[in-house]
Ligand binder design. Structure first.
Ligand code: FAD
Length: 465
């Protein structure tokens, strides 16, 4: 019996896709930079079926690429060489919600937005939030250790997962769905699968942490003198408002101009200014005087010119409109064309010097360059994307290696990371090899060998061939 017939016997013929037009959406990534080939897409409906599918592929020696919502930004979910794509999207049940334990058990194919809604139904918050939340799945969020806009308060996915259920490369199931905040019984295995980009196992379900829902929230849009002023504002806000600072997003004018040009229906609160910040404060007490706190924090900064303008959202609609601007940046950039993208992390205090130095070095090497800089500055995470001012952006992509070396050398110099939240996938394999120490690479390869000695899971990702 052929592998496809065996898989059809497990999941039913209707859940095997081989026809080219139907395969297409699974073969191309969100940014349309990668196109793969695949024997088929298989869509199991529960954990037992995932295990049987994986066992059948292992027996046939067929490579497997796990895929969720296919919103990944580094080509991690795109097959390279006729592998079997295992789509987890039919595993879409919320298995249980425990409001008293502040946890819920969800399957890997649950769309992030549906997980947020399930938490809200019991008056709890699942805080992971990102612009792709209408299509990205919990399994994909876990496998890329997604961050998003509230990491500075709630942490990234690594901190939001208490337990996992995982199908291993030989088809065995690891039942690790523990809903515990304390469990000191040796190695924390779940952490190995979080951020593993589907190279160690297929996540089928997870125990997620929930939080009280904020009852008071204030969103503000600030213009700041410089990135250094933005860091000062963040420090001051934290001193005054403490843990109530739940988001702090920095945007240069260039990405905002792209939003203005390509998405004119999106309203940008202030007139163009070199650097702008979106701030969110939250509290579980409805009566929390957030506006007073913000005003107290900003007053000295306005007086000395670190903050040059500010507007506070006076209702939820205005707050949403401000968030819409920030969330529209990736979409506007996509319309604008190709760029060389960097998703980098560094100590918050190193950001101003990095931005200044990187601009000098890049403009020296490429006088025609356009820098698109924005990001989750509260987490020390910048999206730092480069394209030409004019001319063919595809030609500019030929400079990727040189541009990456300039940017990533500086990131490395300040003790940063070449991938803050998108992962390695296919996009950053050579950069990982360049910047990780030999010892780290040896340890990582050892882990891969322990779980997947046949290199069947997501081959060609993370380490290359
Ligand atoms: C517009 C936009 C905005 C974004 N903003 C942010 C942001 O602010 N912060 C942030 O952190 N990220 C952001 N991202 C990236 C986002 O985190 C990822 O796209 C998302 O988490 C991936 O989920 P997915 O279900 O689409 O996974 P996919 O794209 O399908 O897969 C991603 C990776 O995970 C693996 N995988 C998927 N499911 C499983 C599974 N069940 N088991 C094992 N491996 C699996 C795949 O093989 C692949 O390597 C953004 C993406 C977009 C398109």
């Amino acid at each position: 019996m052929s592998l496809i017939d065996r898989l059809a016997a497990i999941v039913g013929r209707d859940n095997i896709i081989t026809e080219p037009a139907a395969l297409e959406p699974y073969l191309v990534d969100w940014r349309r930079r990668y196109r793969g080939t695949a024997q088929c897409v298989v869509r199991p409906g529960n954990t037992a079926e995932v295990a049987a599918v994986v066992a059948a592929c292992a027996e046939a020696g067929a490579g497997i690429v796990p895929q969720g919502g296919n919103t990944g930004l580094v080509g991690g979910g795109i097959s390279k060489n006729d592998e079997v794509i295992v789509s987890l999207t039919r595993l879409n049940r919320i298995r249980s919600v425990d409001a008293d334990n502040n946890t819920m058990v969800v399957e890997a194919g649950v769309i992030l937005q549906h997980a947020q809604e399930a938490a809200a139904q019991v008056n709890r918050l699942f805080p992971l939030s990102l612009a792709a939340e209408g299509s990205a799945t919990i399994g994909g969020n876990i496998s890329t250790n997604a961050g998003g806009v509230q990491v500075l308060h709630y942490g990234n996915m690594r901190e939001l997962v208490l337990g996992l259920e995982v199908v291993l490369p030989d088809g065995r199931i690891w039942h690790g769905l523990r809903a515990l905040r304390k469990d000191n019984t040796g190695y924390d295995l779940k952490q190995l699968f979080i951020g593993a980009e589907g190279t160690l196992g297929l996540v089928t379900a997870a125990v997620l942490k929930l939080f009280p829902r904020p009852q008071a929230q204030l969103t503000a849009w600030l213009a700041v003198r410089s990135p250094a002023a933005a860091v000062t504002v963040l420090s001051r806000l934290r001193e005054t408002c403490g843990e109530r600072v739940t988001a702090f997003e920095l945007m240069a004018q260039t990405p905002l101009s792209m939003v203005r040009q390509h998405l004119p229906q999106v309203f940008i609160p202030l007139v163009p200014q070199p650097w702008q910040v979106l701030v969110e404060l939250s509290d579980t007490w409805r009566g929390a005087p957030l506006a007073d706190m913000l005003n107290e924090a900003l007053q000295p900064l306005l007086e000395r010119g670190d903050v040059t303008d500010a507007v506070l959202a006076s209702n939820e609609m205005q707050a949403k409109a401000m968030w819409r601007v920030r969330e529209s940046i990736p979409e506007a950039q996509k319309v604008e064309g190709y760029s060389i993208k960097h998703d980098i992390a560094m100590p918050v205090s190193a950001i101003p010097a990095f931005i200044e130095r990187a601009a000098v070095e890049l403009e020296r090497a490429f006088p025609n360059i356009r820098i698109v800089c924005f990001g989750h500055v509260g987490d020390g995470n910048l999206h730092y994307n480069l394209s030409p001012q004019a001319g063919d952006d595809r030609d500019f992509l030929a400079n990727t290696a040189t541009v990456n070396r300039i940017v990533h050398d500086l990131v490395h110099y300040v003790g940063g990371s070449i991938s803050a939240e998108h992962g390695i996938g296919q996009l950053k394999i050579s950069e990982l090899a360049h910047y990780k120490s030999e010892l780290e690479l040896v340890l990582m390869r050892g882990i891969k060998q322990t779980f997947d000695s046949g290199n069947l899971l997501n081959p060609g990702k993370l380490f290359g061939e």
